[in-house]
Every structure is written in structure tokens, then in C-alpha cells.
Write a protein that binds this ligand. Structure first.
Ligand code: PGA
Length: 262
């Protein structure tokens, strides 16, 4: 039953904030978003994790990393492994399109990263999404399906099982940081396609929360959370603004309350 899924708002701060500023931003966001029924996660840069963790003690806002490496340890200068995040973060964003674009991450590497998250007990938010030309030629669903299938195949090849608490973020690449959102109905159609792809791989897809991401703001969130197939948002730019997060989480709270009442 769709209504049993949690409602999640995750903020991806990307390469913004400093160890000096991150704690107070996290504190302010936590105080402004105390809404029952919504799981809140903040994902600051690695160097700010300890500050954000400390600032969030006593709130129930959770902490996530923006990436992990696909190996557990070794000669990978500048990288951070999933195991190193113990005590700092309980979530990790995996396969963000900016990393696919700038670091050339592919679905095999992303599958390995998922396995590292599983081993380390990190809850993964796996990002998928199509480029604009792929949507324009009608290949958006095939693209996302391919990303999921290759990632899942790598997880299986390594003998791992996808975790029960997997979260998927559908983020059309052309909507990220552009101020141009997808339509709620398109995002919902994609969420259904994601669930059928997961189900075909033997995953209990009805239990997997699917977030929308891409230029989410307090003004734009409504049409996504009005869709029963969408379970929250992965928020970039707006997650650095306290008022925006307050508005987004407040709207998410309405969905959470409606689901609890159903
Ligand atoms: P945006 O980023 O909200 O700034 O578009 C979303 C994301 O990249 O997760």
C-alpha cells in the first residue's frame, strides 16, 4: 500500500557552507522544520559533518554524506570511504548527477558504492535521472531503467542484497539547479517506472521511498507531494535557506498526516 511509505526531505548542501557556518545553519533548519511524520536529513560537505552532527544532537534530524568511495580503504587520494563515516553520518547520497557528470561515475561504480553503504550501515539515497535530450526523444524511462538495472546487477555480482531501507531520488538532470522543474505527473510516471524496474529485480518496490529532486522550492514542492507515488524531495539550493526548508517540510508534513489518516 503506497500510504505506508515514509515522507522524507533531504537537503543536499553540495559544496556550500564551512565548518564554521554549518552548525548554526543546521540548528536553524532543525528548529524551523519540526513537523511530525517527516524524516529530515541534512547532507553537508564532508568537512562539515562533525559540526552538523553536533548541532543536531537532541533534534531528530539525521545526517548524510554526499558521496562515498567504492572501495573500503586504500590508495585513493582525496577520497572518503563509507566506513570512515561511522559516527558522523547515517545516510549517504549515491550517484548524484553532478558526480556522474564531473567525476565520470558510472552505474557499475555506483553499484559498488551501494555495497559499501550496505556494509557500513549507511542508508543510501540512490540518484537516477535522464538528460534533457533523452527526455525529448522519449527515452527518459529507458535511461533511468538502464541506470537502475546496471547498478542492481553490480550489487548482485558482488553478492550483496539491496537494503530494505533503500531510497531512490529521481532527479531529471535538466531540472537540477536550473529553476525548471519536471511536471508532477511526469515525476509520478517515472516513480511508477522505477518501482516496476525494482520489482522486476525482485525488490519490494512498494516499500521503497522515491523522492523527486531538481529545483525544488517551497513554491514548487506541492505538485510533487500531491502525487501518491512521490514520497518526498531531495533539495539542493533551497536546502541552504531556512525559510525554504521550513516551507518544504511543512508541505511534506501535510502529506505525512494524510497518509497516516488514510
Ligand atoms: P537543486 O539540486 O534543488 O539545486 O536543483 C537538487 C539536487 O541536485 O539534489
Amino acid at each position: 500500500m503506497a500510504v505506508s511509505r515514509p515522507v522524507i526531505v533531504a537537503g543536499n548542501w553540495k559544496m556550500n557552507s564551512t565548518p564554521e557556518s554549518a552548525g548554526s545553519l543546521a540548528t536553524e533548519i532543525a528548529a524551523a522544520t519540526e513537523v511530525s511524520g517527516v524524516t529530515r536529513v541534512l547532507c553537508p560537505p564532508f568537512v562539515c559533518l562533525v559540526n552538523v552532527r553536533d548541532a543536531l544532537v537532541g533534534t531528530n534530524v539525521e545526517v548524510g554524506a554526499q558521496n562515498v568511495h567504492w572501495e573500503a580503504a586504500g590508495a585513493y587520494t582525496g577520497e572518503v570511504s563509507a566506513g570512515m563515516l561511522a559516527g558522523l553520518a547515517t545516510w549517504a547520497i549515491i550517484g548524484h548527477s553532478e558526480r556522474r557528470r564531473d567525476q565520470g561515475e558510472d552505474d557499475v561504480q555506483i553499484g559498488r558504492k551501494l555495497v559499501r553503504c550496505i556494509e557500513a550501515g549507511l542508508r543510501p539515497i540512490l540518484c537516477v535521472g535522464e538528460q534533457l535530450p533523452e527526455r525529448e526523444v522519449g527515452r527518459a524511462e529507458a535511461t533511468v531503467q538502464g541506470q537502475l538495472e546496471e547498478t542492481i546487477a553490480e550489487v548482485a555480482r558482488l553478492g550483496a542484497v539491496l537494503p530494505n531501507d533503500l531510497v531512490i531520488a529521481y532527479e531529471p538532470v535538466w531540472a537540477i539547479g536550473t529553476g525548471r522543474t519536471a511536471r508532477g505527473s511526469d515525476a509520478a510516471a517515472m516513480a511508477q517506472h522505477v518501482r516496476s524496474t525494482l520489482a522486476a529485480a525482485g525488490i519490494s518496490a512498494e516499500r521503497v521511498p522515491i523522492l523527486y529532486g531538481g529545483s525544488v522550492t517551497s513554491a514548487a514542492i506541492d505538485e510533487f507531494l500531491a502525487e501518491p507515488d512521490i514520497d518526498g524531495a531531495l533539495v539542493g539550493g533551497a536546502s541552504l535557506k531556512v525559510d525554504e526548508m521550513a516551507g518544504i517540510v511543512a508541505r511534506a508534513g501535510l502529506t505525512a498526516a494524510a497518509r497516516q489518516a488514510a
